[in-house]
Design a protein around this ligand. Sequence first.
Ligand SMILES: [Zn+2]
Length: 496
Amino acid sequence: MTSSGTATTGNTIGGRLVLRGVTVVDTRSGGLTPNQWVVLAGGRIEAIVPEGTAIEGVAQTVDATGKFVVPGFCDMHTHVLQEEHSPVDSCTLMLAYGITGIRHLAGSTALLRARAAGTLGMGEHAPELLSLCGELLLPMNAPTPEAGVAEVMRQKAEGADFIKTIFVSPKVFFATAAEAKRQGLDYDGHLSPGVDVIAASKAGMTVIEHLGPTELQLIAASTRGWLINLILKLKPPKPPDLSPEAMKKAGRIMIANPILGRLNADAEALTKTQRLIDSYSDAKVRAMAAVFVANGTWQCPTLIRNATMRLCDDPTYTESPDLRYIDKPTRAFWASVAKMFAAKVPPGSRDTLKQLGALELTLTKTFDECGVKMMAGSDFGGGWVIPGVSLHQEFDLLEQAGLTPLRILQMTTLDCAEFLKRAATMGTVEPGKAANLVILDGNPVASAGNLHRIAGLVREGRYYSATDLAGLKEQVAGRIAVEDPEAHDAADQAIA
Ligand SMILES: [Zn+2]
C-alpha cells in the first residue's frame, strides 16, 4: 500500500485520513462493500463514501485498493499489565499484531489506581485497555463468604470493572457471585472445585474462562458427573505444607502450567481427566449450552492457553521463533517448567492430553453451534503464550475447531463490543465508530487465515503501514536482545 500526505505514521487530528479503494467487511453479516473510501477524523470513522467522492481537509491518503478493512482485533483475555515490569514491549507487540483493544484478567489496587491516574505506562504504540478487574478472588482474600462479600464491595469502591474468581470454596463462590450481581459487576473467571457449571450460570457467572478450566466444566458433560464430582470432593488436593519461598515458586509453576500444578498436588489427576473424557455426553453439553444461552453466560475458550499447557514440552512452542519477543528470564523459566512437565506426566497420560485437546475443540464447536456467546482471548501470562502472536494462534485453533471464518472474526470484534456494551463505538466499520481498524490483504470471511495477513492498521486515527508494524516488532525483539545479561544470569540462578 502506498500512503501520501504527511509522514507515514502520524496523528491526523486536525486533518482527515482517507483509506482509498478498500472493501469494507460487515462483521454482522459477512457482507462486502468494495471500492469504498473510509474517512477518519478525530479518532472516529467520519464517513464511508463511494470512491471518487470529494473530501475536504485531507491530511493523509492511504491507497488500500484490493484490501479489506475490519475493526481492530480485541484480545479478551490477557495479563499484559504487571506491576513488576513495564508492559511497553508486550503492548507494542500486541498492536503490531493487529490488537487495538484488550481485556485484562488480573488487577490490583495499584493497577486500578494507575489506570485512574493515567499512569499505566502502556507506551505510545498500545491497544486500548477495555476492561480491568480487581484482585483475583482466592482463599487469601476470600476465605469465608463474609470476607468474600467484603472483598467484592472493596473492589467495587476501588473502581474494578468486574470481579474475577479463581479458586474459592463453593460457599464463597456463590456468595461473591450474588454480591457482584448486587453491585452491578460482571462475575468472571474459573469454576471452583465443587461448583457445578449449571449452578454457576444460574447464579449469574458472566464469563467462563479457559472452558472451565476444562475438567471442571466437563463434570457437567459427563454421564458419571455426579460420581466424578463426588470423587473430587472426597479427595481434594492436599494443601502443600511449604515455606513462603517454596509457596511462591509453586504459585509461579501453577500459573505457567496448571496441569503440572494439578499433577504436583495429585498424581492421579490425569486419570480423573480420562474418566471425564470417557463419559463425555454430547447431549449433556447441548443441554448445558442451552442453559448458557438462556442466562447469557459467555465463554472465552483461550484454546491456545490450554494447548500450551497440554503440549508444554512440544517443540511447536518450546522452539517457536517468536520466543525472540520474550525476555530471557521468562523463556528460561518456561523451559524449566517444560522439563518438570516432561518428567511428571506419566507416559500413559500423553494420550489423555491428546484426547483432551480434541475434546476442547469439539466443546467449542458445539457451544458455537448452540449459539453460546464466545469471544477470543489468548491468556498471555501463561507459559509459552506470546503477546500478539497468541491471538493469531487462537484464530487458527478456532478454525481447527470448525468455526466459520466469520464467527472467528466476530469473536475478536463484534462480540467483544457487545460483551463490553460498547456497540455504539466498537465492533463494526461504520461512521461514528472508533478509528481502530485492521487492513487485510485477503478476505477474512473467505478464510480465517487472512486474519494473519495484516497490510496496515489504524489506532485512534493513526495509521501504521505493514512496514511500520514490522518495525515495531523488530524494536521489541531488539530491546529484548540487548537486555542486561547479568540480570538474566541472576534470574537463571533463581530458577535453578
Ligand atoms: Zn488468565
